[in-house]
Ligand binder design. Sequence first.
Ligand code: GUN
Ligand code: ZN
Length: 431
Amino acid sequence: MDTLVAGQVMTFHGDPFEIPPTEAVRVDSDAAMLLRDGRIAAIGGRAQMQADHPEAALTDFGPGLIVPGFVDAHAHYPQTAMIASWGKRLIDWLDSYTFPEEARFADRSYATTIAERYLDLLLANGTTTVASFCTIHPGSVDALFEAAEARGMRIVAGKTCMDRDTAPEALRDTAQSAYDDSKALIGRWHGRGRATYAITPRFSPTSTPDQLDALGRLWAEHPSCLMQTHLSEQTDEIDWVRGLYPEARDYLDTYEAHGLVREGALFGHAIHLTPREIDHLRASDCALIHCPTSNTFIGSGLFDMGARQAERQRVGLATDTGGGSSFSMLRTMAAAYEIGQLTHTALHPAQLIWLATRGSARALRLEDRIGSLAPGMEADFTVLDLASTPAIAQRAIRAETIWEELFPTIMMGDDRAILATCVAGVQARPA
Ligand code: GUN
Ligand code: ZN
């Protein structure tokens, strides 16, 4: 049955880092979308759409702002229960909090509990797609893909691979078992329903060159998979990589030497880059994933969005839960704005929303299916209440443009601002 969804509808007409943001991103204040078979069939003015489709059931969100479902381009679902752990920087934070928690995912029922909890938190926050790391346990990957399938969500995930003695023994695989387990998971999940598999070496410090080589071969055998990892998040980490890979030209080269740098590669953080790395990432059309709440929470540094956009890099936006301190892409946009201010780039609200939707979808190479509202796209969308709290409402009421009205929700909004989250045309939240 056809459904009409009415409200204020946001559509994209270009890249807001290439053309003026308010030309690239437009809001029709009295619009409707026709949904059919999980996709958007048409978008137009509300009155015309109602006249054209009198048979369709109407869901009216009034002044609610309908935006594409948020796309979180880098997260660690196994870190859900240890988010907001105090007082450490990257390497100590991994050793003290992250690895002990990830070891618990040897228990498949624990993995299922956290996977379900995590995806429900995402939906409550308006996020309809995530690219998540799992743990080294294949069961942790099955748990997440199953939970996403049950919710109808488009998802990207992969088994985290670590075979160096820099990782605790309970969290180590081998080059061969990482290859074999990842291959079996690709066979089970890649392209099934809305699932995409990402080959996932955690980062160079916890993999041997043999393991990176095996995963490079696996990717060559399954080129439509994505590859996700970390790059140049903290300066201590870069020094560590230099010691472990004395022959490498730089951090990126540790991946490049094993066939892991090409289109479809997703590099989390990518803050402290050399000119060679910047040039090669651009030439290879890799995606850089900005994780702003994580970069301040773990004390990593400032991603230079203005410089990366001027170079025309492919950039996504992400929470990096639980190094990131939030499940919310609204909070993540606010943090991206704040880091932009510190790097002398005032990001326009239209640029922030675009990064959290189409920008991240482009990073994941899913922009032909999700990340924007247009005929033919999958009907994943989120409806924002632009006056969700008294503090936001009293500011929004003085706004003269939709951008001035939206910005307080970006800066101060949380899950209370999510009026509804719809996945493939079905309302997932509130249930
Ligand atoms: N680098 C390697 N692993 C991780 C992780 O789990 N979180 C973050 N923020 N950085 C990492
Ligand atoms: Zn990460």
